[in-house]
Structure formats: structure tokens, C-alpha cells
Design a protein around this ligand. Structure first.
Ligand code: ADP
Ligand code: ASP
Ligand code: MG
Length: 438
């Protein structure tokens, strides 16, 4: 059995859903499990309206229009989503009355995107002669902890999920990506882009022989094609390479996607709904050595660099622990770390609670905070064994006059990461792409 996941663009228009129908019916039997995202743009709009509601004023107009138009194009009755839209209206009204927005209510609001999408898509596939039923992932038994907006799946719950899916042999289950429930029955989400993660979780639950991530580009590419027009599709990646690329910002797969696939040893294939014959990228435990030492370049904007300097304390035992304890307490996850004789530099993703962190660190050290940085990562198994890659990286950056901060050559030795100013990141990625991929 296979799991096929379709992203927001793939299910964003009638033309693309026609392709989805062809891809799913082309699988024959046993029927695959389909996982889907909300239609493109819907999650953003839901989160926008949740925020508007908490300020007292919201509108369902865009969401109603989006679904009405798409369902009309698909010749599916609007009734399939109407009750959910009504429920969403009640929820937003409630938020506007209490003027409050918790991570828990944001997750509940966000969940309507996938819940509406599966209903419309299942109805559409059925109408075209492919028996399909909409399924909310939590009704299969998918459970997470209660970390709203970035919940961690409860691995033990996958047994229930597997059992439930295996009973659904007579039709294509069209399952909500992104969402689950905690032990108390609150709706949770796996974080933005979390439908990829749902796909491999379900894949592990049914011991699928393959998980396919259908998106809007020809697989994982040598760089984000939106900023590097000459980016090329990569035929094969190891799980380690794919995990690092995802973690370091290649948006094409959610960072946690590979975890269930590693344990269950399931190949993951990234494919293009708009060009289904293209072989895309296959991600496997190990891949034959490539003639290219660098496989891809990822980048991540919105990085903040924090430098802690303490002449008195750096060499004393417990100093590092003291610093990291402060980050942990504010729930800030530290990405890159570098030390010198008297400084410790770290990068974090968000700048939300930095004032408080800075104040605490300031009690025993001098702290500088540099925002609007971007992290660039060069990834490839070949980097581990070949000398000279780092030299090429920094030579290229020197030539393109891009100052570099905080360099790291991670524990796995398959990436070289560094920081540049956010406004220089496009230029840096393009220059590096020319160096490594011509
Ligand atoms: P989906 O809605 O199908 O999940 P996403 O928008 O989440 O699609 O991911 C696909 C997008 O990821 C591509 O359109 C591309 O702009 C971006 N992307 C960033 N880095 C890469 C990369 N290395 N390879 C392919 N796509 C990338
Ligand atoms: N719809 C969700 C999002 O936009 C999840 C996903 O697309 O994977 O983040
Ligand atoms: Mg995605």
C-alpha cells in the first residue's frame, strides 16, 4: 500500500485536481491512502481571520468564496463543506466576543482548512468513479501531545491508525494532513506544512511500501527554484541529506517528515503534480555516492544572532549550561553555536522573547543581538569526504562580496552552514549555485 500526499497548490484548482484524479486512479488496487493539505491560501486566510476575530472584526467572505468557486468548478455540491463553514463562523464569533486567541484556538481554526478540503476532494473523486471517503486524521486515532501549533505525535497511537486504515480497503481514504488531537480531544496541528509529516506517519502506521509527496516542483532541487531559476531536480537523496535540507529551510518538505520514514525504512518520493511523468526525487536510507559533493543549497530567513561575551566566566564550568538553560526556559531552540575564548554565539529562529532573554543573559555577560540575518546551508554526503568544498564556498562568497558570520560544519559533517545579512541571501545563494551547479 502507498500513501500519496498532495500539497495546497496540487489541490488548489480544478485543473490540478483533475491531475490528482488521474494520479490516484493510476495507482489501481490496493487503493492508496491519500493525504491532503488545505486548498492553497486557505490556512493563511484562516489564521488571518482568527487574528481579526480576536480584535473584534472578522469575515468569512474570502473563505466561503474560495470554496464555493472551487467546488462549483469541480461540480461538487457546496453542501459538503457548508456545515463546517457554519461551525467556523460560530467559532470566530466566539473569539470575537472574548477577544482572545490562544495557540489552542488557533489550531482549532486552522484545522477547518484540511477538514473542508478532504470533504470536497473525496466527493469529487467519488463523482468521477473512484470510491473515496473523507477522513479526519484524529478519527483514525492520530494523537499528539498538547504543544499547540507544533505538536509531537504520540507514536503509540500509530497502531490504532494502522488498524483503522487497514479496514478501509474498499475505497480511497482522503485523510486530513496537518491536524490531530491531543489526549483530551483538543485539535492540534503539526506545524505549518505539517501535511508532509502526516503522510509519513500514516506510511509508518500501515508499513507502506512508498510515500509520495506530490507538490508543485520536480522534486527536491539544487536550490529553491523561486530564487534560483536554474535550479535542477535531484534524482536521489539520502534520508540524512533530505532531513538536513528540510531542517535548514528547503520548504519542499516539512523538517520532521523523514523521522517516521527512517524508523519504518520507507522510501519517500517527491513528485510534481503538474508534471507527473517526471521522476522527481527519491529519498532512501542510503544512496550510491554521487559525483557531486554538494547536493543542494538551502536557506532560512528570519535568523537572529546572539553573542554572549564574558571575560570573567567563559572558561568556568557551568557557564554554557547557564546560557542554554535560559534559552530553554523561554522555549527558544538554538540552531547554530560557535565559541571563542571569551564569546559564545548562537542563532535562534524567532525574535519573540529576545528582550527577556537578553536581560537575563545581561546579568552576567555582555550581550549583542543582530536580527535580520539569514542562514545558508550547503548539504551533501560528499562534503564529509572531500576537501576543498569549504574553500570553494568561501571563495565564492568573497568574490560576491558577501560578508559571512558564524560558520558551522555540523556534527554529521554533511553540511556547511553560515550566516549572512538577510538582504544579501539571494545573491549569496545564486552565486553558490553557479559555483556548484554551473
Ligand atoms: P506544497 O503545498 O505542495 O506542500 P510547498 O510550497 O510547501 O508545497 O513546497 C514547495 C515549494 O518549496 C516549491 O514551490 C519551492 O518554491 C520551495 N522550495 C524551497 N526549497 C526547495 C528545494 N530545494 N527544492 C524544491 N522546492 C523548494
Ligand atoms: N495547510 C497547512 C499549511 O498551510 C499544512 C500543509 O499545507 O502542509 O501550513
Ligand atoms: Mg509543503
Amino acid at each position: 500500500m502507498r500513501v500519496l500526499k498532495f500539497g495546497g497548490t496540487s489541490v488548489g484548482s480544478a485543473a490540478n485536481l483533475d491531475r490528482v484524479h488521474a494520479i490516484v486512479s493510476g495507482q489501481g488496487k490496493p487503493y492508496p491512502v491519500v493525504v491532503t493539505s488545505a486548498h492553497a491560501g486557505v490556512t493563511d486566510e484562516l489564521l488571518r481571520q482568527a487574528k481579526n476575530a480576536s480584535r473584534g472584526k472578522y469575515s468569512l467572505r474570502n473563505l466561503r468564496r474560495r470554496h464555493k468557486d472551487l467546488l462549483a468548478d469541480l461540480e461538487v455540491e457546496f453542501d459538503v463543506v457548508a456545515p463546517l463553514l457554519a461551525e467556523l463562523g460560530d467559532l470566530l464569533r466566539g473569539l470575537s466576543l472574548v477577544r482572545e486567541l490562544t495557540p489552542r484556538s488557533l489550531d482549532l481554526v486552522a484545522s477547518f482548512g484540511e477538514r473542508m478540503a478532504v470533504r470536497g476532494i473525496a466527493a469529487y473523486l467519488s463523482q468521477r468513479g473512484l470510491p473515496a471517503e473523507a477522513v479526519d486524521a484524529y478519527d483514525l486515532g492520530l494523537r499528539t501531545d498538547s504543544t499547540f501549533q507544533a505538536a509531537t505525535p504520540n507514536v503509540a497511537s500509530l497502531r490504532d491508525v494502522g488498524r483503522a486504515l487497514k479496514k478501509m480497503r474498499r475505497f480511497v481514504p482522503v485523510v486530513t494532513g496537518f491536524i490531530a488531537q491531543d489526549a483530551e480531544g483538543n485539535v492540534t496541528t503539526l506545524g505549518r506544512s505539517g501535511s508532509d509529516f502526516t503522510a509519513t506517519l500514516l506510511g509508518a502506521a500501515i508499513q507502506a511500501d512508498e510515500v509520495q509527496i506530490w507538490t508543485d516542483v520536480d522534486g527536491v532541487m539544487t536550490a529553491d527554484p523561486r530564487i534560483v531559476p536554474g535550479a535542477q531536480s535531484i534524482p536521489a537523496l539520502s534520508i540524512a541529506e533530505a532531513s538536513e535540507l528540510a531542517y535548514y529551510g528547503a520548504r519542499v518538505i516539512h523538517p520532521a517528515t523523514m523521522l517516521p520514514a527512517i524508523e519504518a525504512k520507507i522510501p519517500v518520493r517527491v513528485l510534481n503534480t503538474g508534471s507527473p511523468k517526471h521522476l522527481g526525487t527519491v529519498i532512501l536510507g542510503t544512496v550510491p555516492p554521487s559525483r557531486r559533493s554538494v547536493k543542494s543549497i538551502a536557506y532560512k530567513r528570519g535568523t537572529t544572532l546572539i553573542t554572549v561575551e564574558s571575560k570573567r566566566m567563559l572558561m568556568q564550568p557551568g557557564f554554557m549550561a547557564r546560557i542554554f538553560e535560559i534559552f530553554a526556559r523561554y522555549d527558544l531552540s538554538v540552531d547554530l553555536v560557535a565559541t571563542s575564548e571569551v564569546t559564545v554565539s548562537v542563532t535562534v529562529d524567532s525574535d519573540a522573547k529576545l528582550d527577556a532573554v537578553k536581560a537575563e543573559l545581561g546579568q552576567f555577560s555582555e550581550v549583542t543581538v543582530e536580527a535580520e540575518m539569514a542562514q545558508v546551508s550547503i548539504v551533501g554526503e560528499g562534503i564529509r569526504d572531500r576537501v576543498g568544498v569549504a574553500a570553494e564556498v568561501f571563495e565564492t562568497l568573497k568574490k560576491s562580496r558577501t560578508p559571512v558570520r558564524l560558520i558551522s560544519h555540523g556534527g554529521t559533517k554533511i553540511n556547511i552552514s553560515f550566516l549572512v545579512e538577510e538582504k544579501l541571501v539571494k545573491r549569496a545563494v545564486r552565486a553558490l549555485h553557479r559555483t556548484f551547479f554551473g
